[in-house]
Design a protein around this ligand. Structure first.
Ligand code: HEC
Ligand code: HEC
Ligand code: HEC
Ligand code: HEC
Ligand code: HEC
Length: 449
């Protein structure tokens, strides 16, 4: 009798061990919504942390306008027309609304239905993650263990609402990698923020994602607690959508090859772009959407502006890093109804001749795409790595018509989270495609006759 009981216990514990070691696509439909708690419940005691998190993009990972448009109008539609894409379209939810993925509710109800899917990447998502597959670390390779037990960085016994377990997994960049590294169905790394960090200088110095995105600061962890901590993890998760986070992320410096010139003289302006603030490349994350571009202009003594095109360097794939009137994104025709005669959209939507820091994504047919799930290969990687300095030159012949006096030369580095022609075509609010200033450098020359 005793033996049978022991065996039953053994089998049961094996079963739970197996359950909590599921990860990735094997997690689909293994739980129910009622196994998880809403963030509003945690707010009762963790007020500061709640309001920090609520302002972050992770709190809106399912509800944000552009996410809704890309998921429902492109990914879900693509999967309807080509069932090959069904698992990858369901998989969006494994990172953007894990409760819905775990509940097998895919596609989830639209955000306007205010279902549990709207919780996005919430308190109980991260604090019921009990570990992850150390060998994979991409495409939601986390283990979950929902319930009263929450996993955190210290552990503790004084919470009336839950039990706590100290988890070393939470403090490491690997924790973030489960969602911030992504592979397409072609095995292409379409998101690699973690790998960029790992290969860069910060990982060697022990600087984690948390150091910059969850900085420690003095305070309390819960309103019911008396104890003050010197280092409460701030749940800011501030990224590309926060102006103060991107402002100054890259230094922009510019100098001329000569100071005093006559009309007809040639001058070379050299711009240094130093990534002093980011632990990964810029752009990172949703690189397929992003465009970082440098625009250089001369402004003469009368206020007239001259646009200076960047000098070519001659590397493979450079054409994708200089703005032009080229077209791209023809693959929209595979996933949505497009106007008759649709032959793509303008690739860049900015003044031609500017340097763009980006990495283009291509479909199987070689079409440049913003759909990472439709990506079969990557193009040239011309982004600015952590602590890397890129140098660009601009050669200019001083025009004959220019007035005497001081000419100001400005080098403006702007960030667009989504290329504008795509945003306009898909009716994404301007918020996503407007210019966000990262930095501006300036120098002068004197024109004499
Ligand atoms: C369960 C998956 C998941 C985990 C774990 C996760 N993230 Fe995220 N994160 C996301 C998703 C999805 C988004 C995109 C939100 C959106 O739709 O804009 C995001 C967005 C962000 C952003 C905002 C980017 C922007 O463009 O503004 C930052 C910063 C960020 N995460 C940092 C982290 C850090 C640091 C960690 C680890 C402590 C982490 N994340 C762990 C899924 C996750
Ligand atoms: C009734 C109050 C209350 C509610 C509700 C509550 N907590 Fe807590 N929580 C606490 C207290 C108090 C502590 C500090 C416990 C200690 O230090 O022993 C704490 C600590 C934590 C920690 C720190 C763990 C660590 O290892 O450092 C995490 C994570 C946490 N809570 C997550 C949550 C989540 C997720 C929810 C919602 C599902 C939640 N809490 C709801 C009171 C609460
Ligand atoms: C994207 C994942 C993520 C989300 C979402 C998230 N947390 Fe955390 N939280 C963490 C990580 C990671 C740590 C530990 C950081 C470390 O070890 O440096 C942490 C730490 C904590 C702590 C302990 C802080 C300390 O320094 O003792 C509390 C309390 C907490 N979280 C509560 C919450 C609550 C409440 C929410 C929702 C409002 C929430 N968390 C949302 C990832 C997350
Ligand atoms: C040394 C500080 C630092 C470290 C370390 C760091 N980041 Fe960042 N991160 C930044 C800054 C600054 C930005 C804003 C500039 C930008 O958007 O690229 C940023 C932006 C981001 C973005 C938005 C990227 C974009 O352009 O859309 C994500 C996502 C992100 N970080 C996640 C992470 C993750 C995950 C890690 C760890 C693997 C990490 N960060 C490590 C400083 C850091
Ligand atoms: C492996 C996890 C993961 C998967 C799978 C995933 N995403 Fe994301 N997604 C993220 C992260 C992390 C970010 C934030 C990156 C950044 O801000 O640069 C993000 C950002 C986005 C954004 C916002 C981009 C912006 O401009 O801020 C959209 C839209 C989006 N994802 C749609 C999708 C769709 C549609 C799918 C499925 C085809 C999908 N995602 C699959 C992790 C994932």
């Amino acid at each position: 009798m005793k033996k049978v009981l022991l065996l039953a216990v053994l089998i049961a514990s094996l079963a739970t061990a197996k359950e909590s070691s599921r990860f990735g696509e094997a997690l689909h439909g293994t739980y129910q919504y009622k196994d998880f708690q809403r963030s509003a419940y945690c707010r009762q005691c963790h007020r500061e942390i709640y309001y920090q998190w609520q302002q972050s993009m992770m709190a809106q990972a399912y509800t944000h306008h552009w996410d809704e448009i890309e998921y429902f109008n492109l990914a879900v539609e693509h999967a309807k027309r080509n069932p090959k894409f069904k698992p990858v379209a369901d998989g969006c939810n494994g990172c953007h609304t894990p409760f819905a993925y775990l509940a097998g509710d895919t596609p989830p109800p639209r955000p306007s239905k205010k279902s549990m899917a709207n919780e996005s990447v919430s308190c109980d998502v991260c604090h019921t993650i009990s570990g992850y597959n150390e060998k994979l670390l991409y495409n939601f390779s986390y283990y979950v263990s929902p319930g009263r037990l929450k996993y955190g960085n210290r552990g503790g016994t004084n919470s009336p609402a839950h039990e706590l377990k100290k988890s070393d997994a939470h403090g490491k960049s690997q924790f973030c990698a489960n969602c911030h590294n992504e592979q397409s169905p072609w095995g292409v790394w379409v998101k690699s923020t973690y790998t960029e960090w790992l290969e860069g200088p910060y990982s060697k110095e022990g600087v984690q994602c948390h150091t910059c995105h969850m900085p420690p600061a003095p305070g309390k962890r819960a309103i019911t607690e008396k104890k003050n901590y010197p280092d409460v993890r701030q749940h800011l998760f501030h990224g590309a959508h926060v102006q103060s986070k991107i402002r100054g992320a890259i230094d922009v410096l510019i100098q001329p090859s000569a100071k005093e010139l006559e009309p007809g003289d040639r001058v070379v302006f050299t711009v240094q772009l130093f990534n002093q603030k980011c632990g990964h490349k810029v752009p990172s994350g949703s690189v397929e959407d992003r465009m970082l571009y440098l625009q250089v202009e001369a402004i003469d003594a009368n206020g007239k502006r001259y646009h200076l095109p960047v000098d070519r360097k001659g590397f493979d794939g450079e054409e994708y890093t200089i703005s032009s009137s080229a077209k791209a994104y023809q693959d929209f025709a595979e996933m949505m109804d497009v106007p008759e005669g649709f032959d793509g959209l303008p690739r860049d939507g900015i003044t031609p001749g500017n340097r763009i820091f980006r990495m283009p994504y291509f479909t199987e047919k070689g079409i440049m795409t913003i759909c990472q799930w439709n990506t079969a290969k990557l193009g040239v990687d011309y982004r600015i790595g952590p602590r890397e300095t890129k140098v660009e030159t601009f050669t200019w012949t001083v025009p004959d018509t220019i007035p005497e006096g001081t000419v100001r030369i400005t080098a403006t580095l702007n960030y667009r989270l989504l290329v504008k022609p795509v945003a306009d075509f898909l009716k994404v609010p301007e918020e996503e495609s407007r210019d966000r200033l990262i930095n501006r450098g300036e120098t002068t020359i004197e024109v004499f006759y």
